[in-house]
Design a protein around this ligand. Sequence first.
Ligand code: FMN
Ligand code: MN
Length: 462
Amino acid sequence: MGETLGEAIAFLEANYPDEVIRVTREVDPVFEVTGILAKLERQQQFPCVIFENVKGSSIPLVTNMHASFPRLAMAIGLPYDATPADFIHEYGRREANPLPPVEVESGPCQEVVLTGEDVDVTMLPILQYHELDAGRYITLAFDVMKEPDSGIRNAGIYRLQLKGRNRFGIQISETAHGHYILKKNKSRGLPTQMAAVIGGHPAMNIGNLSFTSIDTDEFSIAGSMLGKPVELVKCKTIDVEVPASSEIVLECEIHPTEMEEEAPFGEYPGTYGPMRVNPVVYVKAITMRKNALYQSSFVGHADNLLLSGVTRNSYIYHTCRIASAGVKAVYVPPCGRSRYICYIQMERSMIDGDAKNAAMAAFAADPFLKFVICVDDDVDISNDSDVMHAIATRVRADRDVFMITHSRGSPLDPASYDPAGGSHLVTKVGVDATRKSDYPAEIMVPGTDAIDLTRYFGDRFR
Ligand SMILES: Cc1cc2nc3c(=O)[nH]c(=O)nc-3n(C[C@H](O)[C@H](O)[C@H](O)COP(=O)(O)O)c2cc1C
Ligand SMILES: [Mn+2]
């Protein structure tokens, strides 16, 4: 799929034309674009949509790139029809083989450089998404900073609320490395230099979202997802490096003390995140390609859910495998908003209690998980209905379900102990839905596999 956002789009248009739709009609960045995407979603349609004419901007807007699983699979070199299991395997393999980035002298992301009075982020097609959102937001910028002591780069997506020609509000969760970096700089009275990088290849984006330690430069995982080291250029006004092939870069400083109200904002669970008093970001320079593309993610919808959903499985799998050799596969399904539910497929347990241990390992790996369900290896964990069948028939709750109250979860969980206050305290449920040793024999008709239906019905059921 190429190496840049533009190349990914060109690849899809040439080989899978149904995957990309261009809209030339003028659209309003306030609710019209997201209304169109929401309407498509109701019809279960998730193409990448490029809005070429967004009111108030001359820059095309790319949406929904990550909203369908086949596009994410192809981004890391898999075929269109790859399964979730194929994806988890390939993603994990690439994650385990990082490719450190390399620095280059110049790059297309600096073809245009705007500083001083020329800085005006309102030229970008920045969207307003949901009814009660506090304003217009950049939702798909990788915000790159450096850990002040180690100097190691860090990349994460933290939303930016438009507040003026050169000002944003920012929300960085307590769980993000970005928060740790910001806090360290603040305690020293220093601003935090941050580059907001917009417009990257989908492999770059899913690599940047890999679950890593703060000692890992996410671009080294992005490189292995792309199959080639990421080339970085130095920013013009701050001491941060950014991918040379990016579309648009906002060179910023987070003020060390200035705080303002930010949000509410429609969040991934499908509910609003509460207003908070959050840091203020100043933009010192805008650099971009001559024919730059702007990219957005529809938070709370498939693009956002899949993007940081597909990246969690490999880490959970790895941790569960350490806990139990019987774990064969894991899957965080879209029905749990790609965050809250995890299915674990296990070999028919040889050690009693192993399923519950595997579930506890999954909870330890990913704090966002609320329900972990372990099933036998004849259950297809990419099929929710198969998993529900196992729960329906193989679970006796008093024996097979355990619950942990007051444990750390997502501060956006709408069912936490205090959703309005943004509590991260939630209750977790583990379910052992494997067959137990006293499970009765299951019905089956001998010889079914060998039956050739064409002998009885011709081609009718072929
Ligand atoms: C579309 C999208 C939007 C996101 N918005 C935010 C956000 O506003 N604040 C935040 O803290 N995390 C957000 N995240 C999640 C973080 O980007 C993610 O946890 C990242 O790995 C954090 O990186 P870090 O721990 O290196 O700082 C978002 C993720 C996606 C896919
Ligand atoms: Mn990080």
